[in-house]
Ligand binder design. Structure first.
Ligand SMILES: [Zn+2]
Length: 210
């Protein structure tokens, strides 16, 4: 992964790595989106979150949890990782049959695009984001929907209501998700994005996205 010095990111654009080449109108696409290793690392984090959930056993009856993954049709990830992004890790209880779906840094709720794309391609009023969406063949209406999700739905989630007070000064709503990303430190752009994805991973469970 390319190392990006702290503070070198232009947060008005999608996460680091987006840069303009001389004489080019279209920014080069963020390295993270083309780096299978980055996507695999997110898979490992999800596997770890799932292992922890399984160790805690069934929240209803403490019974053993069995693998019962949901199929997903991922878009926005490199072809080489599509197979591993084709299922959302989940369990059912061997005793009471209740379902337990662990948090995820890869999927937000039932959305088909991976969470990282949702994050990168939906900054408000950013031409770089528009170009990015074009390059990744994401429909403009989809990008608009994501923007609306950050501006409206996200702020009403139980998750955001429960954590927003931790930030001082408050995170400006109109700049989401970049204004939130700006609050996370890390040695590289990827690392900062991963910290943010970990932080918002409770959103991937039904109870927190309501
Ligand atoms: Zn149970």
């Amino acid at each position: 992964m390319e190392r990006i010095p702290v503070g070198a990111l232009d947060l008005q654009k999608p996460l680091g790595g987006v840069s303009r080449l001389p004489g080019q109108e279209t920014p080069t696409v963020c390295h993270a989106l083309h780096d299978p290793a980055f996507f695999r690392f997110l898979t490992q984090i999800d596997a770890q979150l799932a292992a922890e959930a399984r160790e805690r056993r069934c929240p209803e009856c403490a019974g053993p949890l069995h693998v019962a993954d949901f199929p997903r049709k991922p878009r926005g990830c490199p072809a080489s990782v599509r197979a591993e992004y084709s299922s959302r890790l989940s369990f059912t209880c061997g005793r009471c049959d209740a379902r337990t779906t662990p948090a995820s840094v890869r999927f937000l709720g039932r959305r088909v695009y991976v969470a990282v794309m949702l994050m990168l391609a939906s900054p408000p009023a950013s031409s770089a984001a528009g170009a990015l969406a074009g390059l990744m063949a994401v429909p403009v209406l989809t990008v608009r929907r994501w923007r609306r999700w950050w501006q409206e739905d996200f702020q009403r989630t139980a998750f955001w209501q429960s954590v927003r007070e931790r930030f001082a000064p408050p995170v400006p709503a109109e700049g989401l998700p970049q204004t939130l990303l700006a609050r996370f430190q890390g040695p590289t752009g990827h690392e900062r994005l991963i910290r943010l994805l970990r932080f918002i991973s409770p959103l991937s469970t039904a109870s927190m996205i309501k």
